[in-house]
Design a protein around this ligand. Structure first.
Ligand SMILES: [Zn+2]
Length: 102
């Protein structure tokens, strides 16, 4: 599965709970991949994926660097505001939607 963010193909990798430790999702700035805990409850899948897509958006646009200059928590706060307010408005490729709704 993948999404296109800022014209870049970003893989979405479903990982085990052991691999994901204490988080449901993660965007890695080195590999530019989104990892999602496979066992994420259905009701949290769209919001979790939207959250990580927004982190990727901030990374690709360069805004993550500006937010880092303000505060270590600024990017996370902005990303949470996005996912809680608008994350449910994003739609994904068919295979991703099938996972979200499985
Ligand atoms: Zn986050």
């Amino acid at each position: 599965m993948f999404v296109i963010i800022c014209g870049k193909k970003v893989p979405i990798i479903l990982k085990s709970g052991r691999a994901m430790k204490n988080t449901l999702g993660e965007f890695c700035t080195e590999t530019e991949e989104i990892s999602i805990k496979q066992s994420t409850p259905k009701e949290l899948r769209r919001r979790t994926l939207s959250h990580e897509c927004f982190h990727a958006f901030l990374h690709f646009t360069g805004y993550a660097y500006l937010l880092d200059d303000i505060s270590a928590n600024c990017e996370e706060a902005l990303t949470r505001a996005f996912d809680s307010g608008m994350g449910n408005m994003l739609r994904y490729p068919k295979d991703v939607e099938e996972w979200i709704n499985a």
